[in-house]
Design a protein around this ligand. Structure first.
Ligand code: PSU
Length: 310
């Protein structure tokens, strides 16, 4: 590998990794494509602040002007914001496949979870916080629309703190796929796979581990044994921020119909559904999403601290 020309690690992040301090990578396609401006930028900065508050070093990762940056600064986060009023803030969505395209064209890119995992791992970071993971789309058994996130989980050793996945996806098949990849799904404070806006679903997790210290030990044992790959650390939305199941299900069902009517597929599917669900719930889904990010950033920092203290 020859990484030097393509990837910059911010000094604070580099120092933390070298000293064995806890570092939490933060996702950036949520900035470029998952949330509207200015909530996207505010949420990204809040997530960083939350990670710091709980004793870890944040590292938001993306491509800025053709270089991968592990630990984007404020201005660089702003450049990923796709602010309609600012032509300087344009960013593509990049999974691993899109990174070289962003690099050679000197573009900005917000990273999917798959891309964050790969670059975090290159930089020596073991944890990431995100909102919801990618997975098998509804109807994916025919369309084969399966997020590259799932393949990446099977290969890259990072603990992923999420609120499960949205029911814009087929949660049952997503779990099956994770099982095939031998990726452990841990429920923290839950016996079922969280459905992002709701803390529970009908789908199972593998192991319930409520104690963050034990979660850290689980990961240490897995990785010390050389069992490569991620672990999905499911952290359900706190009840007080949850959205009633019938409300969110109706909005998602309508958004999925609209996507079909408009022929939306592939990488455009998730951002389209997220923005429609937000419109259809009158902004409630976005407000819940912000709280999920806060909650996941906090728990990621705590687990990272536990892990580095072992
Ligand atoms: N799920 C969400 N919000 C998101 C995403 C997923 O609830 O913003 C983003 C994440 O970055 C995830 C990506 O990695 O979408 C998956 O996209 P695709 O299905 O195109 O792989």
């Amino acid at each position: 590998m020859n990484i030097e020309p393509y990837l910059i690690v911010a000094p604070r992040v580099r120092e933390a990794v070298q000293n064995g301090e806890p570092v939490v990578a933060l996702e950036s396609s949520i900035i470029s494509h998952g949330m509207p401006y200015p909530t996207n930028v505010e949420t990204a900065l809040m997530a960083e602040e939350t990670v710091r508050e709980y004793g870890a070093v944040p590292a938001t990762i993306g491509v800025y002007k053709g270089k991968i940056v592990v630990g984007l600064d404020r201005e660089q986060v702003g450049a990923l914001a796709n602010n309609p009023a600012d032509p300087a803030s344009r960013a593509m969505k990049a999974s691993v496949k899109g990174i070289p395209y962003a690099i050679v064209n000197g573009l900005n890119a917000g990273f999917t979870i798959a891309a964050i995992l790969r670059c975090a791992s290159i930089a020596g970071i073991r944890f990431m916080a995100t909102g919801g993971i990618g997975g098998v789309s509804k109807g994916g058994e025919l369309s084969m629309d399966v997020s590259a996130d799932l393949e990446e989980f099977g290969r890259t050793s990072v603990g992923v703190i999420s609120a499960g996945c949205k029911s814009i996806l087929d949660i049952g098949r997503t779990k099956e796929y994770l099982e095939t990849k031998d990726v452990p799904v841990i429920g923290m404070g839950t016996d079922s796979f969280p459905a992002f806006f709701t803390p529970h679903s009908q789908y199972r997790i593998d192991y319930r581990i409520d104690d963050y210290h034990m979660v850290a030990r689980f990961l240490k044992a897995k990785w010390e044994l050389g069992f490569e790959g991620a672990a999905i650390l499911s952290n359900p939305i706190p009840e007080r921020f949850a959205i009633a199941e019938e409300v969110i299900d109706a909005a998602i069902a309508r958004a999925v119909e609209m996507a079909k009517e408009e022929g939306i597929a592939g990488e455009k599917n998730t951002p389209f559904l997220l923005s429609k669900v937000n419109e259809l719930t009158g902004g409630a889904s976005l407000a819940a999403n912000v709280e999920i990010i806060r909650n996941n950033a906090r728990v990621a920092a705590v687990i990272a601290r536990e892990y580095h203290a072992l």
